[in-house]
Ligand binder design. Sequence first.
Ligand SMILES: Cc1cc2nc3c(=O)[nH]c(=O)nc-3n(C[C@H](O)[C@H](O)[C@H](O)COP(=O)(O)O)c2cc1C
Length: 444
Amino acid sequence: MSGSLREHLADLEAAGELVELAPELSLKLEAAAALHSLSGHTVRFQGFRENARPAVGNVIASRATFARAIGVEVSEVTEAIARALDTPGEPTRVAQGACQEVVLEGDAVDIAALPIFTHAADDGGPYVTAGVYVVRDPELGHNLSYHRSLVIGPRSFALRILDRDLMHFLKRAGGSLPAAMVLGLPPSLLLAAAISLGPGRSEYGVAAALAGLELCPARIDPELLVPASAEWVLEGRISLAETHPEGPFVDLTETRDIVRQGPVFRVERITSRKDPIYHALLSGGLEHKLLMGLPREPTILREVRAVCDCKAVHITPGGASWLHAVVQIEKRGEEDVRAAIDAAFRGHSSLKHVFVVDADVDPFDPQAVEWSLATRFQADRDLHLFPGTRGSSLDPSADPSSRLTCKAGFDLTIPAGKERWKFERFQFPAIDTARLRGGAPMGD
Ligand SMILES: Cc1cc2nc3c(=O)[nH]c(=O)nc-3n(C[C@H](O)[C@H](O)[C@H](O)COP(=O)(O)O)c2cc1C
C-alpha cells in the first residue's frame, strides 16, 4: 500500500513499471503529448527545457496500478472503494509535514516554480490539472475537490468550479475562503478527492480507509489540514467576487470546453518538499477517466444490488468513464433488467447509456460486451429509451443550456423463453502451446 506519491513511485520502479524521460521536452504541448503516447504507463519526467523540476504523469496509469497502490486485486477495486465509503478511516494528525520543508512567502511566491504543462494547442494557457483544493467549513469540516486552474499571473489562477460542494462552502463563507491547492498525492487520496460525498462527510476519511493518511495544519489557517506527504501546497484565497476568463480547455471527453468567467485563486504562500515532484494529469487521458469512473462504480453497484443480483459494474473508458456503464447481473426474472437499468441511472445521474449483461459476459472486456450486443440484443425489444432526461454537462451532444439528453438502457441479456444453449459462447479449453513450442514465446 502506498501512503505517499513517493512510495507509489518507488513501488512501480521496483516492479519495472516506471518510464523515465530525459529533461528534453518542452512544457508546452510536448510533455502532454508524451503522456498521451505513453498512456497506461506511469511516466517520470526528470525535468523540462523551461524548468528543471521533475514531474510525474499517469500516476494511476491503469486499474491495476490503482489496485496495487491500495493493496487489493484488480477484481476487488469496486468493493474496496465501497468499503471505504461505508466505513471511513481516521487520519493521523502531525504537527508538521514533509510538504512544509520549504516555505516561500511574499515576493518569493511565483507559481512559475512549478513545471506547469500547456496540454493542448487551443487551451487558454498553462493549466494545473491535478491540483486538489482543500477548504474547511466550521460546521461541515473539510472538503476536497479538483478544479482545473489556468495560470493568469505569477500568483493567481482562474478556476472552473461547478455548482457542487466547494461552491456551497464558498457561498456559506460569504464568497471567499482560505484554501490550499495540494499536489503530488498518493493514488488513495487522488481517488478520494474525486468522490462526491456531499457536505459534512470528508474525503480524508475515505483516503485514510484506503491506505492510511497523515494530515498537518496549513500555515494560512491552523484549522485547515493538508496531507503531510504532499509534494507541493499552494496556500491562498478563492474569491467568487473576483473572476477572470477561464478556458478553452480540452476536458474529459477530449473535446474543447468553452470560455467562461471563473473565480480567482490568489496564492499567498507556497510550501513544498526540498525536492518536490509535480503531478501533471493529462486531461481526457486514462488517469482522468479512471478518477472520474472508479468512484461511481460503487454507487451504481449499491443501487443495482438493492433491486437484483449484481455481480460487477464497469464504467468504461470508451464512454469517457462518465457516460457509459456495463452492469453484470445474474438474471432471475425478466423484471430484473429494467430494474437494474433504472437503478444504474439512480446510482450515477450523469450516466447516459447503460448496458446490462449476463454473468457469463466479462464487463471489463469491450469485445465481449459488443459480442453480447450482437448476439443477444434486438433493438425493438431490448432498448429502453428515456428522452428529455437531464444528463451530463460534459456531453457535447446534449442540449447545452438545459442539459437535456436521451438516455438509453440496453438489455444485452439472453432473452426469456429462448433455448439458453443457443446464446452461450463456446469456450475452448486452455492448452499449453508454449510447452509444445519448446517454451519459445510467440513471435520468435
Ligand atoms: C482530474 C479531475 C478534474 C476535475 N476538474 C474539475 C473542475 O475543473 N471543476 C469542477 O468543478 N470539478 C472538477 N472535477 C470533478 C470534481 O472534482 C469531483 O467531482 C469532486 O468529487 C467534486 O467534489 P464535491 O462533491 O466535494 O464538490 C474534476 C475531477 C477530476 C477527477
